[in-house]
Ligand binder design. Structure first.
Ligand SMILES: NC(=O)c1ccc[n+]([C@@H]2O[C@H](COP(=O)([O-])OP(=O)(O)OC[C@H]3O[C@@H](n4cnc5c(N)ncnc54)[C@H](OP(=O)(O)O)[C@@H]3O)[C@@H](O)[C@H]2O)c1
Length: 332
């Protein structure tokens, strides 16, 4: 089969489109003919050894995707040949060969039928980012307040995969959503998706502007996809008992941070790890996600679809900052 092969840990720019022997499913696994794969920043991190996984080489990246089941391994009874399914986050593309290939083997317990009315493209990029956003919003044992429009959610990197998912799920919980994006065009799109307030994170008066718009309310929960210089500003915007779900690091390391900013308002910061979902937990969360999107008449957002041969252009688009997901079209 044709696949994008990772021969070393020097980055996605050095992936190579080559031929390898197609994988065969073992017990409780299925073989998919991949129709669409989706790209995630973690693919690029893994390809630079900046991710806690060291798959043997050559490796094939790609954690998300949609495909048609062509072979069912022994004991994989929940699905059948000919079904088109998506992949819920598992070790595919991390420790096992991923979806940037014509075929991929997936644990049968980690595939999911396409929700009614969704396109293959909408499904292909949704599971990983929506599951991440779900954990970021629900990981606190004591949620900030009964979900209501009085509860304020701040989302950084709101135009990205996890960002859009956080905005949509936040609205499904009836929260007031403040979304940050560096692009005016994307801020307008985020408002269309339901964000109540949008701001440019590069605004030197960001804290003042958000505070004035929300007054007298403060941010109760922040989903931070960016980190870097933005994190201290996110903390400054929190009210008493506010918390930050730390998802990503697109903005690099935090340059200066005084822990005293955490004491007096009893701020809590907690990491998010989508890899912590068991297959069963992922299915339960996924049902909630689909139900909430359907109830709002919303769908996962697709930014760009690149042909299989143009995976590197897809990673370039991802690095620029998409509005939703970047997909790769592989099969028909
Ligand atoms: N912890 C986990 O389990 C988990 C799971 C999934 C993803 N992640 C991480 O979460 C982060 C977001 O993932 P994603 O899939 O949403 O990525 P994405 O689709 O690439 O979106 C990230 C968004 O962040 C903004 N951004 C990028 N660089 C920035 C910078 N230097 N300063 C300010 N904003 C910046 C961009 O929005 P604008 O251009 O509109 O500003 C971009 O659209 C990544 O670091 C990813 O590795 C973690």
């Amino acid at each position: 089969m044709r696949a994008w092969l990772m021969d070393d840990y020097t980055g996605v720019e050095n992936l190579r489109l080559g031929e390898v022997r197609g994988p065969q499913p073992g017990p409780e696994q299925v073989l998919l003919r991949v129709k669409f794969a989706a790209l995630n920043p973690a693919d690029a991190f893994l390809a630079r050894k900046m991710y806690p996984a060291n798959p043997s080489l050559p490796h094939i990246l790609g954690r998300d995707g949609v495909g048609e089941i062509v072979t069912v391994g022994p004991g994989a009874g929940n699905v059948g040949v000919g079904d088109t399914v998506g992949i819920l986050r598992c070790e595919v593309g991390v420790k096992q060969w991923g979806t940037l290939a014509e075929k991929v083997v997936v644990p049968a317990k980690s595939v999911m039928r396409i929700p009614t009315g969704w396109s293959d493209e909408e499904m292909a990029g949704a599971p990983l980012v929506f599951l991440t956003a779900w954990q970021a919003l629900t990981q606190w044992a004591d949620p900030p307040a009964p979900s209501s429009a009085k509860t304020v959610l701040l989302v950084t990197g709101a135009s990205g995969g996890v960002g859009v998912a956080s905005v949509l799920l936040g609205k499904s919980m009836n929260l007031t959503v403040v979304a940050l994006s560096r692009s005016a065009k994307k801020r307008a799109k985020l408002q269309k998706l339901g964000a109540d307030f949008v701001f440019d994170p590069m605004d030197r008066n960001l804290v003042k502007s958000v505070t004035a718009a929300l007054s007298p309310r403060k941010v109760d929960l922040a989903v931070d996809n960016v980190g870097g210089a933005l994190l201290p500003q996110v903390v400054a915007l929190l009210g008493y008992g506010g918390r930050v779900s730390v998802v990503g690091r697109s903005g690099g390391t935090v340059p200066e941070f005084n822990t005293s900013t955490l004491f007096f308002r009893r701020i809590r910061i907690g990491g998010v790890s989508v890899g912590d979902f068991t297959a069963q937990e992922a299915h339960v969360a996924w049902e909630q996600i689909v139900g909430r999107l359907d109830a709002m008449g919303q769908r996962p957002q697709v930014d760009t679809i690149v042909p299989f041969e143009e995976v590197k252009a897809g990673f370039d688009r991802l690095a620029q900052g998409p509005m939703g997901k970047v997909l790769v079209k592989i099969g028909g």
